[in-house]
Design a protein around this ligand. Sequence first.
Ligand SMILES: [Zn+2]
Ligand SMILES: [Zn+2]
Length: 675
Amino acid sequence: MRDDRSLPVRGHTILAVPRQRPSRIAAPSPVRRLAAAAGAPGANPAASADLAADGHDADEPSADVLADEAQDLTNGDLARAFHEIGDILEVQGEIQFKTIAYHRAADAIGRSPIDLVAAYRTGIAPKIAGIGQAIGDKITEYVTTGRMLYLERLRSEVPATLVELLRLPGMGPKTVRQVHEELGIEDMAGLKLAAQEGRLRTVRGLSEKTEKLVLEGIARLESEPPRRLYLHQAEEHIDALTTFLTTVPGVTSVEAAGSYRRRKETIGDLDLLAETTDPAALMERFTQLGGRPDVVARGGHKSAIRLHRGPQVDLMVMPPGSAGPYRLHFTGSKEHNVRLRAMARDRGWSLSEYGFQRIGEDGEILTGADAELKTFPTEDEAYAFLGLPFIEPELREDDGEIEAALAGTLPTLITKADLRGDCHTHSDWSDGREPLEVLVEAARRRGYAYQVITDHTQSLAIANGLTPDRVEEERAVIAALNERFAAEEAAGTAPPETPPEGFRLLHGCELEVRADGELDYEDDLLARFDVVVASVHVSRRQPRAELTRRTLNAIRSPHVDVIAHPAGRMIQARDDLDLDWEAVYEAAARNGTALEMNGSPHRLDLSPERARRALAAGCILTIDSDAHNTRELDDTRWGVAQARRGWVTKDDVLNTRSRADLLAWVGAKERRVSG
Ligand SMILES: [Zn+2]
Ligand SMILES: [Zn+2]
């Protein structure tokens, strides 16, 4: 774009109009916001004259300025525009599904590896989930004219600084509207002042308590560390990025490294490694990704960008034949690599991403004629150079894996293919979102031999827990489904994924451990379930002794087979239950009650550290999805990943066993407890 051209702006001629990005529509000038807030769009001649003199026009642009800016649009601009629409509609009190639709579309656009601006300009819109006709029309309007009249109209109705207040506790859309209308509050600073001065309580429905909440919320926002990605969010980004970057000419491979490859519970930055014959082309496309992201760093073989409302992504090009040390270096962990470097030094080498370089007596890397570099195309070979076998990424934390590797005692880690069933799933009989019939069909297609349906029990009313009567009804439905499966298997019409032992639904429940420690069903009802999974959901703030007593009560029951999500944690959202863990492991091992590794990326509970301790204490584990819809059935992959981080093998996990063995184990619980 030209930086030296004269452009006519509202009758003036301004020299050297600076390149404006993001475009006007994506970032309203403060002047426009103020004007809009004052209820008089564009009505501030003094301010606009000031800005014009400064070289920034603040008023209605001419058609060709807009057309020029439209040329410059990116996916990021589109995403920002739709998030803004969603936010403004929320403040206006628009019905929720409408606001969610805009945010969802914005997320889809932000993540899309396709240059949507270019695509929509061709007139053939790509099919993208979450982008329907109405939103597609707005994209077309925006990319062809540089304007989105709908957004401009909304902006004239609600200032952006007001929309931001939605992030505070106690500030719902209706309240934001009220404080704006009644107190003239425009932004966070204004709200803070009003709360400090005790003026919020003059608004109907608000009180001293609201003021306290707001001030606490502002303080927290000011001090908050940036949120990290959950594993499934990191996966979505990585899938989209690798799919896109693989299409760049010259690229032969793109893979994830870093903490995602090690499957840490949460992920900060994403690290990608690529092999290509044309690094320049790859760096060019990467730093233009989805239009134009924030470029953090740019080089010939390494660049970093920050995705809109997303993480930073580092991309490194691996030199041919050097993938081994590159993968080691960028996978980490730092602690694991420190150990490897020390081992290399002991052998007279310096280890970096480039490979092993000879060092001299003084420990410095040799140069000139003495220089020597050994590098390897695979990690196996790089480890072998240090006298080590391959170490799985999930183990690379310097938590005993080097010693085990040297001693030849590394575990053979469990894989997802080892799972023969899922012991914790919810249908719409309780709080699942899909009918039993739909959920079970999806489980059958996964090649399982069994799926335990564990709808919630009666006292968990919020999750539509089942009364004993409804349990009986559900049992009948399950029996009928199993009859059908048996008939299909006999007739050879069952899904091809069906294992030789066939597939059966098992009737279970997620049994509530009540606040007083009592179990939510009578013993005779519990005895009739195939599998009982028990959990603590309520009264989580009790003292440690009380919480431990409740958990032990479930563990010792002759009818409880699995303790679900034992720590009750929600990653980045809710603390663990305060339990005497050693007592829990000991009782679980002695009574033969399995402890769950819950696969929900928000839970991942047991944590790997606890799983490892539990195994050392002699416990057995399950790895379950806790699915509330068919898509979440695959959350077992995160459970397996955490199990691998906890050194778990196939033999440590109950649901790697056949259905007959599982049922035999369940059937023996009563004997284990009394014996
Ligand atoms: Zn639960
Ligand atoms: Zn559950």
